[in-house]
Design a protein around this ligand. Sequence first.
Ligand code: HEM
Length: 371
Amino acid sequence: ATTVPFRAAHQAGIATPSQDRLCFATFDVASTASRADLAELLKTWTAAAEAMTAGKPVPGDVGDLNAPPDDTGEAVGLAPGRLTITIGYGPSLFDDRFGLAARRPSLLKRLPQLPGEDLDPANSDGDLCVQACADDPQVAFHAIRNLRRLGFGTVLPRWMELGFGRTSSTTPQQATPRNLMGFKDGTRNIDATDGSMMGEHVWIGDDEPQRWARGGSYLVSRKIQMRLEQWDRDRLGDQQDVFGRLKSSGAPMTGQREFDTPDFGAKDSAGQYVIPATAHIRLAAPENNNGLRILRRGYSYTDGINPETGDLMGGLFFVAFMKSPDRFITLQRVLGQHDALKEYIQHIASGLFVAPPGLSAGQDWGGQLFG
Ligand code: HEM
């Protein structure tokens, strides 16, 4: 199918199979906008998102020669490409500006400072985020552009990121893609078709006091720059030690095939761990983090060439969904300090949002948020 249902128990774009492309944007609510303006915009966005994901133009267009078209037009004639539009709300939206303080999901607060980061505030955070994923980059961009257009006067775009080459498979039917370091990425990701795993690790549960947020998920975004020029000069053996996996097959260094379970206890004849102590997969694995798991759903990005050094600039636009943000905090505290990968990466932007649950028939994002 080229369309993904818009209304379901959970928002599309989380457990649904990851598409090839991403356009991710965040917005701040204009200081002049009221609670009613925001609620109205969220209602308008719902109708537009529902139409666009069904492969239809933004509603309202009647070809009036004296008004700007309601749909900007560049997706006309293109296949919907499994477009999903996923909304999220940042901690800042629940300060007192819109009377939402009493609706704040219990775990939604700014991420603390974490090791391995040097964040650019202009490319971080935001009152609202929208993740548009599709198999066609123009379809994904069109979705963000039209929500932005509908938001004139109510929200201001804060930052936007384009992603290509999904870096995580989220369902077993998908072949594991490779990240810009050339390694298969997503091998031991959560299988998003596994409802009990998703319930345990990804969806906000019934213990959340804010009923409206139950069935939603916390979205962590991190723009992670790779030092590609350094990486490309590193020996293959060292590259494999960094991850603890073989570059060609993706197999763990203790196995033969990609999906073999890593043996973190195995030692070589010299008494050294076969999967090194600082290997990314050792430090990130649930076996070594009290069973902790997250759903990774990231994409590669590039920012072109650094004009000062001539270096290629690019990396991973990390997106992950989880039941509670402390999962990311726990992992990054370990990875940012001990991961062998840290020599080759830098977290340069960050965002934390709550993605609300899916909409029922007739419901819209404004009504869901404000109650
Ligand atoms: C696993 C790459 C950042 C969490 C992996 C794997 C690769 C990889 C190649 C092994 C295959 C797999 O199971 O998916 C990268 C790169 C990163 C990065 C290139 C940065 C540029 C992060 C961050 C986190 C994270 C920031 C979380 C804070 C994980 C987890 C696993 C994993 C949980 C699965 C470990 C396991 O169960 O074996 N990553 N990763 N990664 N990564 Fe990352």
